[in-house]
Write a protein that binds this ligand. Structure first.
Ligand code: ZN
Length: 343
C-alpha cells in the first residue's frame, strides 16, 4: 500500500468510470529553468464498456525499452470500445522524461523510477510519479502487465516474468495468465532490489501481476514487438475483455510458453572488473555449468590476459550483457532453469 495518504500533485483529466474511449494526459508539475510553472504530459488511454475486469498495461517505466510501448500504443489506437467488456487502461510512456532522453534513468532526478515505489507525492519527480501509479492507478486494476526489456544494458530472451507471490491460488492464476500471454518463456524470479519496484506494489495489492522482458540492446526486436502485440491481445482475450482465444504457438514449433525460474543467486554472473565483455552465447541458448559465459578483455593493456567468466549452473540464458564495456559488479549473464514449485 502507499506509504502516505497524501494527495498526488499530478492532475488527471480522465473519468475512469465513463464508457467509451478517452485519450488524454496526466499533468505532472515540473518546475524548470525554462518554465517555473511547467508540466510534463504523460499519455493515458482508457477504453471502457459493459462489465468485466480492469486490465492495466504500462510501458516505458524505463525510457530505453521500446517493444512494450509500441505494442500498447498500437493497441490504444485500434481497440474498439464496442468490442470491450470491462476496462483497459493503457499507459505506453509512463516515464516520459526518460523516453525523451532514451535512457533507463529519469534525466529529471537521475532516479530509476522502478526503484522508487511506492513513491512519495512530495519527493523527486520519479517518486511523485511512482506514488501516483500506486495510489491512483493501481487500486482500479485487476490485472497488470508492466512491459520491459533489458534496455541498453543487456538483451533478454523473450519472456513474461512474475514473482513467487506465496498465495498458491494467486500463484496458479498468475502462471495461467502468463501462459495466456504466450511469450516463449515465463520466468518466476527473485530479482535484485525487489521491494521498490512497480510489480512489488502490484503484488502487495493482490492484483494479478506480470512483467515482460521483450528484447534489449537499445534496439527494437522485431520478434519482441510481435510477441508483445500478440501478448496484450492474448491477455484481453484470456480475461474475456475481448472475444477470442489466446494464440500461444511458438516460433520453434512448441505449442505453449515454457515456464522457467531464477531462484538462486548463483544463476547471476557479474563482471569482476572494468573491461570489454565478449559474450559466448546469445539469449535463449542452452548453457552449462563450467562453460565460459564470456571473456573480460583489457584491450588497452598489452600484458593483461582476459578473465574467463564461467556459468555456475546449467540452464537457458535469460539475460546477456550488451554494451561491450562493463564495470565491476555489472550483471553479464542470468541463467534460468525449468520451473519447479517451491512447495
Ligand atoms: Zn525496464
Amino acid at each position: 500500500m502507499s506509504m502516505t495518504t497524501e494527495k498526488s500533485r499530478i492532475a488527471c483529466e480522465i473519468d475512469f468510470d465513463r464508457n467509451g474511449r478517452q485519450a488524454g494526459y496526466l499533468r505532472a508539475p515540473l518546475s524548470r529553468n525554462t518554465s517555473g510553472w511547467g508540466i510534463v504530459e504523460i499519455p493515458i488511454i482508457v477504453v471502457k464498456n459493459g462489465t468485466g475486469p480492469t486490465v492495466l498495461l504500462t510501458g516505458a517505466v524505463h525510457g530505453d525499452e521500446y517493444e512494450g510501448p509500441i505494442a500498447i500504443s498500437r493497441l490504444s489506437q485500434t481497440l474498439d470500445p464496442g468490442a470491450v467488456q470491462g476496462r483497459v487502461i493503457m499507459m505506453p510512456a509512463v516515464n516520459v522524461p526518460a523516453v525523451h532522453s532514451d535512457t533507463r534513468l529519469s534525466p529529471v532526478d537521475n532516479r530509476d523510477m522502478n526503484r522508487c515505489f511506492p513513491g512519495n507525492p512530495k519527493g523527486t519527480f520519479s517518486e511523485m510519479l511512482a506514488h501516483f501509479m500506486d495510489s491512483v492507478i493501481l487500486p482500479m486494476a485487476d490485472i497488470s502487465v508492466d512491459m520491459h526489456t533489458a534496455g541498453h544494458s543487456g538483451d533478454s530472451a523473450l519472456s513474461t516474468n512474475m514473482h513467487d507471490v506465496g498465495d498458491p491460488e494467486r500463484m496458479k492464476r498468475t502462471l495461467e495468465a502468463a501462459a495466456a500471454f504466450g511469450a516463449p518463456y515465463n520466468v518466476v524470479f527473485s530479482g535484485v532490489d525487489e521491494g521498490a519496484t512497480f510489480t512489488s506494489c502490484v503484488e502487495r495489492r493482490g492484483i494479478i501481476s506480470l512483467g515482460t522482458e521483450l528484447g534489449g540492446w537499445g534496439r527494437v526486436s522485431v520478434e519482441g514487438v510481435r510477441i508483445g502485440r500478440r501478448g496484450v491481445d492474448n491477455i484481453l482475450k484470456y480475461f474475456n475483455v475481448i472475444d477470442g482465444d489466446p494464440e500461444t504457438a511458438q516460433a520453434d514449433g512448441s505449442p505453449a510458453t515454457r515456464h522457467m525460474m531464477v531462484a538462486e543467486p548463483d544463476l547471476y554472473s557479474f563482471a569482476p572488473a572494468v573491461g570489454t565483455f565478449e559474450p559466448c552465447n546469445v539469449v535463449g541458448e542452452q548453457v552449462f555449468a563450467g562453460q565460459a559465459a564470456g571473456y573480460l578483455h583489457f584491450v588497452e593493456d598489452v600484458d593483461r590476459a582476459p578473465i574467463e567468466i564461467k556459468y555456475k549452473r546449467d540452464g537457458i540464458l535469460w539475460m546477456s550483457a550488451g554494451p561491450g564495456r562493463v564495470g565491476r559488479g555489472d550483471t553479464v549473464a542470468v541463467v534460468m532453469t525449468d520451473y519447479a514449485p517451491s512447495n
